[in-house]
Design a protein around this ligand. Structure first.
Ligand SMILES: *Cc1c(COP(=O)(O)O)cnc(C)c1O
Length: 345
């Protein structure tokens, strides 16, 4: 493998990061803070938040089994994705390789950063092969993006192929595990010590029920995390978000209860969905959504909208012709969907 230093953009290697007041003084014992030009009134929102979110990382470390130095926190996973490009990919020169179809932000961030984005088509059962990814790479390939369970297809990627890729590719492999809490298999985070080129993305937006607070996690070697920390905005995770994350981390068992309820609902809804006249196929799902091929995706989507029910029309995505992506909701929400679809042919 190329070293992290070799993979890092030369300008980022040379960068002298911004040093905030909170970076320069960190002691807990002080009581008079006259260093950051804050307003002394309106406690606690008058104070800048912890730039490195140490309390949140300490708590997360226990829940996730990853040391705090191996955790990067950002404004949603999207920040973690964008920073991979900004830290490692030279615009107009480097490229990344990703499975296709998958989550749209990898390509959008590539385009924003002027980095070539190479797509490697999954097979008809939405599986990938490490060999195909490697064949698409060249000496300017800095990173590869996998997503497991994948969005919009819903399935987990093959673990053996993923490990082969991690062992054979000499750049970074990002595995987006936004839906891992719903999957039957464990996270790759426990394998981080084995794979110095692995970045695992997770988020508070799905199983944790916190899409509104914008908190994404990147788990990686301390060396990779240190590079991301150098280029992030100084106060990228605000105080309200850190506060709510700490509250959630105090009671992680509620997340398990939500996941169990949603998995039971997923089984019920997919079974009922398969029996609908308009359903051609429901693809197996390891996530809190499922992909379904229907008789008339555009028409059904539009008629659902008229009834105030919004699903995602994925029918123009590669390998997803005729498909809708449907999130598992509450029992009542799912029943409303099934009722609205019962007259469709
Ligand atoms: C929803 C989702 C995310 C979450 O993004 P946030 O910015 O953390 O809300 C990340 N990756 C995938 C594949 C997703 O579907």
């Amino acid at each position: 493998m190329r070293t992290i230093e070799e993979l890092t953009r030369p300008n980022i290697r040379r960068l002298k990061p911004y040093s905030s007041a909170r970076d320069e003084y960190k002691g807990k014992s002080a009581t008079v803070f006259l260093d950051a030009n804050e307003n002394p009134y309106h406690v606690p929102y008058n104070r800048y938040p912890d730039p490195l979110q140490e309390e949140v990382k300490c708590r997360l470390s226990t829940v996730k089994g990853v040391p705090p130095a191996g955790i990067f926190l950002g404004n949603g996973s999207d920040e973690g994705i964008d920073l991979v490009y900004r830290a490692f990919c030279v615009p107009g020169v480097d490229n990344v390789v990703a499975i296709d179809p998958t989550y749209g932000m990898y390509e959008v961030c590539a385009d924003i950063n002027d980095v070539e984005y190479r797509k490697v088509r999954l097979d008809a059962r939405y599986r990938f092969r490490a060999a195909d990814m490697l064949a698409a790479a060249d000496e300017h390939t800095k990173a590869m993006f996998l997503c497991s369970p994948n969005n919009p297809t819903g399935n987990c990627l093959d673990r053996t192929e993923t490990e082969t890729l991690l062992r054979s590719f000499d750049g970074l492999v990002i595995v987006d595990e936004a839906y891992i809490d719903f999957a039957p298999e464990p996270s790759l985070t426990s394998r981080l010590p084995e794979f110095p080129n692995l970045i695992v993305l997770q988020t508070f937006s799905k199983a944790w029920g916190c899409a509104g607070i914008r908190l994404g996690m990147s788990f990686a070697s301390p060396e990779i995390v240190a590079v991301l920390n150098r280029i992030k905005y100084p106060y990228n995770v605000n105080r309200l978000t850190q506060q709510e994350a700490l509250r959630m981390l105090d009671n992680p068992s509620v997340v398990r209860q939500w996941v169990d309820a949603l998995l039971a609902e997923r089984a019920r809804v997919t079974e009922a969905f398969r029996a609908l006249a308009c359903c051609l196929e429901v693809y197996p799902s390891d996530a809190n959504f499922f992909l379904a091929r229907v008789t008339d995706a555009d028409g059904i989507y539009a008629r659902l909208v008229e009834q105030g029910i919004i699903v995602r029309n994925r029918s123009r995505i590669a390998l997803c012709g005729g498909c809708l992506r449907i999130t598992v909701g509450t029992r009542d929400e799912n029943d409303a969907l099934l009722r609205a679809l019962s007259d469709e042919k």
